[in-house]
Design a protein around this ligand. Structure first.
Ligand SMILES: Cc1cc2nc3c(=O)[nH]c(=O)nc-3n(C[C@H](O)[C@H](O)[C@H](O)COP(=O)(O)OP(=O)(O)OC[C@H]3O[C@@H](n4cnc5c(N)ncnc54)[C@H](O)[C@@H]3O)c2cc1C
Length: 422
């Protein structure tokens, strides 16, 4: 027998994007059903670092107290071309002065339960199989529950007025509706592992841009050490996919190579690794289109929303989910489905133009000669590096001109690049 269910909003996927959408839609008084194939808490490959902007999103969802015991970081140490610089997060009235590091198993479980507290129904252990399309319109989905989570066992059919697609980087559901990732945009590939470490309580993130392959060639990306505050540090390395063109790079080989290059004061070696390192992809820069249809919206990694400057995907996921819930709630309140058009328009305004700069930056990363000069210039100047940090973390103060000021700052930075690099 097939279980039938009818709801206002169906959310496919219970990562940060889906949970945020479910929370905000439920808060707006809508009936929400979220389907998640895993059972919480579940692991999700990630660096676990939340920028101050992402922390602000959590606090907006009433999670400030719940995150008090989580590990906070107040800045970063960046190393490029052998030079290091310590930077604090800017901290202004618009954002917290700190970010968080929290294992995704904990974060995603917390976000799920927060959405349930707000009134959303979440069925875990339920795999969404395909969309129900009638007369060319999306009506809901078919799914199957394994009976081990909060969802029912067996075949399911969910019908909904609106659907939010939050099924992560592979996004089978989105693809079934016709979404596609543009191959001309770079995609990130990253691998991480946890190590026991005495310095797990450090309140600074470590980022190293001096990545090299075994033959000494420069690689576009960075290695990280993020203290988790639970006896471990999250160690990883990320690269841009367009670099993989002619060179077969094993991510595991790169990970081992990076571990051997980590500044020695961390005392990290492969013997102290908790488990096998795991890798994943980061669809970035708003690379997936379309991100909306007549009654559906795509959010988070499913929409290619990762920040191309720094691989931050949790903040855009939380933000996309909130925005999707807001336009759907307006559409239901006004009875005007055209409200959904505001989703694309708002993404264009708040992310796409900024991401365009990021794509230019990722192209520059593929040009080692230019990058050598940029990183040297940047790392030797605190002013330039602090500006770069604000831009790359999307911490430009909106009150001071929003994305326009990003362009102004970027223009200033671009002027500093010697002409012969063009
Ligand atoms: C190695 C690595 C390091 C990273 N480090 C960072 C970092 O430090 N900071 C940061 O901000 N970002 C980081 N990211 C990016 C970040 O992890 C993602 O951007 C973020 O998880 C996106 O959230 P999401 O909700 O869109 O997708 P996901 O977190 O992928 O959630 C999607 C959910 O949908 C579920 N799902 C999928 N298909 C179905 C289906 N058919 N039926 C039911 N459920 C389904 C999945 O089980 C999953 O729970 C990193 C990524 C990688 C790979």
């Amino acid at each position: 027998m097939t279980t039938q269910k009818v709801t206002d909003v169906l959310v496919v996927g219970g990562g940060p994007a889906g949970s945020s959408a479910a929370y905000w839609a439920a808060k707006a008084g809508l009936n929400v059903l979220l389907l998640e194939r895993e059972i919480m808490p579940r692991e999700r490959v990630c660096g676990d670092a939340l920028t101050p902007k992402a922390a602000g999103q959590l606090y907006d969802m009433g999670l400030e107290d719940a995150t008090k015991k989580m590990h906070r970081h107040f800045g970063l140490r960046m190393t490029a071309r052998g030079h290091s610089i310590d930077l604090d997060w800017p901290g202004d009235h618009a954002h917290p002065d700190h970010g968080l590091v929290i294992r995704r198993s904990r974060l995603d479980a917390l976000l799920n339960s927060n959405a349930v507290k707000a009134g959303a129904e979440i069925w875990t252990g339920v795999e969404v199989e395909d969309p129900i399309i009638e007369y060319g319109h999306l009506r809901g989905c078919r799914a199957v529950g394994n009976g081990t989570g909060t969802g029912p066992e067996g075949a399911l059919e969910v019908r909904a007025k609106f659907v939010i697609i939050a099924d992560g980087p592979i996004s089978h559901f989105g693809r079934a509706l016709g979404t596609a990732r543009s191959r001309t945009y770079a995609q990130g590939l990253a691998i991480r592992g946890y190590f026991q470490c005495e310095r797990h309580m450090e309140n600074q993130l470590e980022l190293v841009f001096d990545l090299r392959n075994k033959s000494g060639g420069e690689l576009p990306g960075y290695g990280w050490v993020f203290p988790v505050g639970d006896g471990t540090v999250n160690v990883g390395v990320g690269l841009l996919s367009h670099h993989f063109g002619n060179e077969a790079i094993s991510l595991e080989g790169l990970f081992q190579h990076w571990v051997s290059q980590i500044p020695p004061n961390w005392e990290i070696n492969l013997e102290n690794i908790e488990d096998k390192p795991l890798s994943g992809r980061l669809p970035m820069g708003g690379s997936v289109h379309p991100r909306s249809g007549p009654n559906w919206l795509v959010v988070g990694d499913a929409a290619g929303s990762v920040n191309p400057f720094n691989g931050d995907g949790v903040e855009p996921a939380l933000n996309n989910g909130r925005l999707a819930a807001s336009v759907i709630s307006s559409a239901i309140a006004t009875g005007d489905g055209l409200e959904l058009r505001k989703y694309e328009a708002e993404l264009e305004l708040s992310y796409d133009r900024y991401y365009k700069l990021g794509r230019i930056a990722t192209k520059a990363l593929g040009r080692p000669g230019l990058m050598r000069k940029l990183t040297l210039l940047g790392i030797q100047s605190r002013v330039v590096t602090e500006l770069a940090l604000r831009i790359s973390s999307n911490l430009i103060n909106n009150d001071a001109g929003g994305t326009e000021s990003v362009y102004q700052v970027a223009t200033q930075l671009a002027r500093l690049v010697p002409d012969r690099d063009k």
